[in-house]
Design a protein around this ligand. Sequence first.
Ligand code: SF4
Length: 352
Amino acid sequence: MKKTATDTATKKPSPIGPLVRVRGLKKHFPIRRGLFSQVAGVIKAVDGVSFDLAQGKTLGLVGESGSGKSTLGRVMLRLIPATSGGVLFDGLDLFSLPNQELRALRRRMQIVFQDPVSSLNPRMTIGATVGEPLRIHRAASRSAIRERVAELLERVGLPASAMNRYPHEFSGGQRQRVGIARAIALNPSFIVCDEPVSSLDVSVQSQILNLLADLRDEMNISYLFIAHDLAVVRHFCDDVAVMYLGKIVELAPAERLYEKPAHPYTQALLQSAPSPDPQERHRHATVSGEVADPIHPPRGCAFHPRCPFATEECRRVEPKLESKKGLADARLVACHYAENDLNFADAIQSSG
Ligand code: SF4
């Protein structure tokens, strides 16, 4: 029998196969100019992204600003429409679901935003904010909502009395806890965490990451965890995807990616992460130049203008994201020379 969104909205089945399956996802924004708003070009913010995410697992999505990470997260949740491609959520085709079924399914898909200040309504009490999804989805009676909100606040490390206060009375870390309490209110299966710790102090970052990890283990939640800093996601993710100009350039189990990054851009990102060790600092090679103009992306490999290994082939032929026999692990890389043991830091130092 065909599964419907309503069947899956209230319970958390263990899906056979991945919980989320993304295939060939594209989001292109037209650029309009002139008196009649003619289309003068397109920004390919997300350009043919595919991956699977299993129940209870975390995929880190990393890249510089403008790489398309946040747009990808929003398109996956249907907060903005996709240009093409598809997302299967627990076997249901998210983009062809009628609104009513999508609404039912939304209970299981949530988002935690980067900025806990602007994501909370300053005029709503914390209790009203956290209880809002319960009210919208008619998930509990009025008195039960109060009880559930108290429970949720305590679960994220805030006192139940916080429900009568307003966002401005809390620190950044506490406000992010409120955002997380709201996101888990409906017992979701999947949460897009859109740079949830980027605006927080380092000590607070690790507290929030620990909280998210505990919730994942307890509630069997899958996360798409967006970050611009590879160091942040190091111990938190099962797999990591590195994005550059709307495409994934490397996708690997986290341990393998940090041990031996294969794509020059992944190596550059790891190299540019700040180190607390002053001895280490001088060895850091940073990726030079800016992310290319997404309206006019470079031909061939989009990373070639910044890559010390670029050849004529790189300037002409776009590399596919694929497994490489020579790498002998489960990773996918989009680089013509990924099997050649490329070393970005050495190449930058010898060219400098
Ligand atoms: Fe560098 Fe060429 Fe690999 Fe692109 S394909 S990352 S330009 S070596």
